[in-house]
Design a protein around this ligand. Structure first.
Ligand SMILES: [Zn+2]
Length: 368
């Protein structure tokens, strides 16, 4: 088994530490095997019940903090029944723990001792948490303007946080440069991050045994979760567990919508956009490296994209909180989009609430 470049088809051994192809393309891992039978040693809770599905080496021992197994609840909104998957209840407070768990499992198997990552948000926290669980030393590169409060969680997990003068792109370059001597644990690039995210599809299938949702709404920044869901639902379809997979509806903030723009203009890769600052910072990714895969997944699922304005995102965050669901703006964007879609798609929708509102105390405090 090996990595394969989606662009040029080149193969690389799993033993070779790399995050992308020599040609600059992004890598894929084989589909793995989906089995509805729980792996005996992980019969409770976590994503590792579906261990074979992530395409990892068979002798890789899971690095786990009990991620996944998040509840789905039903609410009635404007006369519609809506399902919410509470993925903000993961160990570090976001869905990214699913991907960090599978990526760090691979890294531990590979014998990695030092890792670098470049995220001041949920991915940085998730990678830091699982690096701590794996006993791997982690350095996070962030732009120098990042507020100290944003990186406290990563620091508490033991990561070193390095502030890089300049833009988000400069922080990225610093991480790439450092990856010559450390492993680049990139949530944007790495296929083992994406394969772990497919666990959310298996859980939706399991919990919706009475009937799958017709559409799944989720926020997309780099789009890893959408790619992961497509991978998971495709595996369920191929093994005959479902006959029809849900439409995937990817939601971006209007202020930074390179995938939405590309989808509308029938492009194969992300569109060049002038990114403005959005409250939904977690999905403000101007140049998502796996956009080709995300666009293929969107089209393959029969889904589409929606872009939502700032005032709608803020209103949706408040509406959710008033029914007891405290999530960050990024997650609220997906719910904001629900109000704008076709009546038919609204009727049997599931919205993934990806990140906890507890991460945005500062911003939410400014509303009072
Ligand atoms: Zn290539």
């Amino acid at each position: 088994v090996s990595f394969r470049c989606r662009l040029c088809g080149e193969d690389y051994s799993f033993r070779e530490p790399r995050y992308r192809c020599e040609c600059g393309g992004f890598l894929d891992v084989p589909a793995g095997t989906f089995s509805a039978e729980a792996t005996p040693e992980f019969s409770v809770g976590s994503i590792w019940r579906f261990k074979e599905a992530y395409g990892l080496p068979t002798d890789a021992a899971p690095v786990t903090l009990g991620e996944g197994g998040t509840p789905i609840i039903q609410k009635t909104i404007d006369g519609f029944s809506v399902l919410f998957k509470l993925d903000f209840l993961n160990p570090s407070g976001s869905f990214k723990d699913r991907g960090a768990s599978s990526l760090l499992t691979y890294m531990k198997w590979l014998g990695v001792r030092r890792a670098v990552e470049d995220s001041s948000g949920n991915a940085g926290a998730a990678v830091s948490a699982y690096a701590a669980a794996a006993g791997i030393t982690c350095t996070i590169y962030v732009p120098s303007y990042t507020p100290d409060g944003k990186v406290v969680q990563s620091k508490m997990y033991g990561s070193e946080v390095v502030k890089v003068p300049g833009t988000r792109h400069d922080a990225n370059s610093a991480a790439v440069a450092a990856s010559r001597s450390s492993f680049y644990a990139s949530h944007l690039w790495h296929p083992f991050f994406v394969s772990g995210l497919s666990s959310a599809a298996f859980e939706i299938w399991e919990d919706c045994s009475a009937g799958m949702p017709g559409s799944v709404l989720l926020p997309i920044g780099s789009g890893g979760l959408l790619e992961g869901l497509y991978r998971g639902f495709s595996a369920l379809k191929e093994t005959g567990h479902i006959s029809c997979a849900p439409k995937l509806i990817g939601v971006q903030a209007s202020r930074c919508a390179p995938i939405h723009d590309a989808f509308r203009r029938h492009l194969d890769d992300y569109a060049d956009v002038e990114a403005e600052r959005s409250v939904a910072e977690g999905i403000s990714v101007a140049r998502p490296p796996r956009a080709r895969a995300v666009l293929q997944a969107l089209r393959g699922s029969g889904g589409y994209t929606v872009a939502v304005d700032e005032d709608r995102i803020i209103a949706a965050a408040k509406t959710l909180a008033r029914i007891g669901l405290y999530v960050e703006h990024t997650s609220a964007a997906a719910f904001a989009a629900w109000f704008t879609i076709d009546r038919r798609d609204r009727e049997d929708a599931l919205v993934i609430l990806t990140g906890s509102g507890l991460k945005e105390t500062g911003t939410y405090g400014s509303y009072f």
